[in-house]
Design a protein around this ligand. Structure first.
Ligand code: APR
Ligand code: PHB
Length: 389
């Protein structure tokens, strides 16, 4: 079995790449370790930059997004209970973001890929990658439906997330990793309740960070800063709602409703360099992780896929490998800017453990400064809506 591009992982990165390659006449096979229900059930972030929306449209997967996505022109920042609106559009020449859950993005991409006869193999086990730098083709071995299989490919796209096999296939003496683990995590809930405001509220409070987000006018997605060892079972629903009220901190109450999901997400910054090794190209969480405070994870993955699609299309159309050769360097330049923004938003909005009281005060002062500076608000807004790809 041979394909032009073997794609490891059916998260947003792998699915988007597969569908975009199809649109451009390039064949691919997607190998995904988990089953379809698991992949479609994962609840993740929910902010789409323009580039991500555009790629969904180019992929022919945007019907639901364009019908149900909520266009947002601003966000709110709250410091110790005092809220201030950040006019994202006003600071960026009219740019916006769209609120549309990653869960829906993945669902829409799977539907579209299957409707276009895409070769998606769920529950593909024991994937290994060989001949990445030698031989005529890359060799991908895996086990599917109880049968050992071999796939050869011109290229491999490693879209298999932080714990995947792709990055691990790059020799340790070539790969360099940069990592920061934060001393806190997010406890997230999805609830059948209206959000407290029309726009997202990012709140810094002495009790810790809180984010008030949404999936629709009647479904809220909220988060609170907790310690990384937190067991969600220690947080009964009422305790979470009380904490959200306290951290909003303006005396109003957050609309309550039944919870559909409750989970804890660790917070990490991570970059692996380079993002290419011979025939292997890393994209998305396989190469980089950002803490979710800047809403950049999915959008960075989409930006990688934008570059990789262009590079592969040029290569197959005219034999031009300039885009492939420049992929890693160009992607990393963008990745590090998003890493910086995500780290900055995270430190500015979270409280630090007691032994880092000085840092906590400095970070609070950072937010106080931003709220009073038009220049700083412009900086925040242009990064939040997405820097040019
Ligand atoms: N073989 C096959 N598939 C694998 C393997 C493997 N060895 N290891 C992991 N996978 C699959 C996972 O099951 C998952 O479905 O790869 C997929 C990776 O998907 P994501 O983790 O969603 O990563 P990505 O597509 O890069 O999307 C980035 O997701 O985690 C968020 O914040 C992140 O929003 C960002 C987006
Ligand atoms: C979400 O709605 O899940 C969400 C929104 C903004 C973020 C992170 C998560 O910064």
């Amino acid at each position: 079995m041979h394909t032009q591009v073997a794609i490891i992982g059916a998260g947003p990165a792998g699915l988007l790449l597969s569908q975009l390659l199809h649109v451009h006449g390039i064949s691919s096979v997607v190998l995904e370790r988990r089953d379809r229900a698991y992949v479609e059930g994962r609840i993740r972030a929910g902010i789409l930059e323009q580039i991500t929306q555009d790629l969904m449209r180019e992929a022919g997967a945007a019907t639901n997004m364009d019908r149900n996505g909520l266009v947002h022109h601003g966000i709110e920042l709250s410091l110790d209970g005092v809220r201030q609106r950040v006019d994202l559009s006003g600071h960026t020449g009219g740019k916006t973001v769209m609120v549309y859950g990653q869960t829906q993005v993945v669902h829409d991409l799977i539907e579209t890929r299957l409707a276009t006869q895409g070769d998606l193999r769920f529950e593909a086990e024991n994937v290994t990658l060989d001949n990445l730098t030698d031989g005529e083709h890359a060799t991908i071995r895996f086990r599917h439906q109880g049968v050992d299989q071999v796939l050869t490919a011109d290229f491999v796209a490693g879209c298999d997330g932080f714990h995947g096999v792709s990055r691990a296939s790059i020799p340790a003496d070539i790969l360099k990793v940069y990592e920061k683990v934060y001393p806190f995590a997010w406890l997230g809930i999805l609830a059948d309740a209206p959000p407290p405001a029309d726009e997202l509220i990012y709140a810094r409070h002495p009790r810790g960070f809180a984010l008030f987000s949404m999936r629709s006018a009647s479904v809220a997605r909220h988060y609170i800063q907790v310690t990384p060892d937190t067991d969600p079972e220690d947080w009964p629903d009422a305790k979470i709602w009380d904490e959200l009220d306290a951290r909003l901190g303006d005396g109003t109450t957050v609309p309550r409703g039944p919870l559909r999901d409750k989970s804890v997400t660790p917070m990490r910054s991570f970059v692996a360099e380079p993002m290419r090794h011979g025939r292997l190209f890393l994209a998305g969480d396989a190469a980089h992780i950002v803490p979710p405070t800047g809403a950049k994870g999915l959008n960075l993955a989409a930006s990688d896929i934008h570059s990789l699609t262009r590079a592969l299309t040029d290569f197959y159309r005219s034999g031009d490998s300039a885009g492939l050769d420049a992929y890693s360097e160009n992607a990393l330049a963008r990745v590090w800017k998003a890493e910086r923004f995500s780290w900055w938003m995270t430190t500015m909005l979270h409280t630090m453990p007691a032994d880092q009281a000085f840092e906590s005060r400095i970070h609070r002062a950072d937010l106080a400064y931003v709220l009073g500076s038009d220049a700083a608000l412009t900086t925040l807004a242009e990064n939040y809506v997405g820097l040019p790809v």
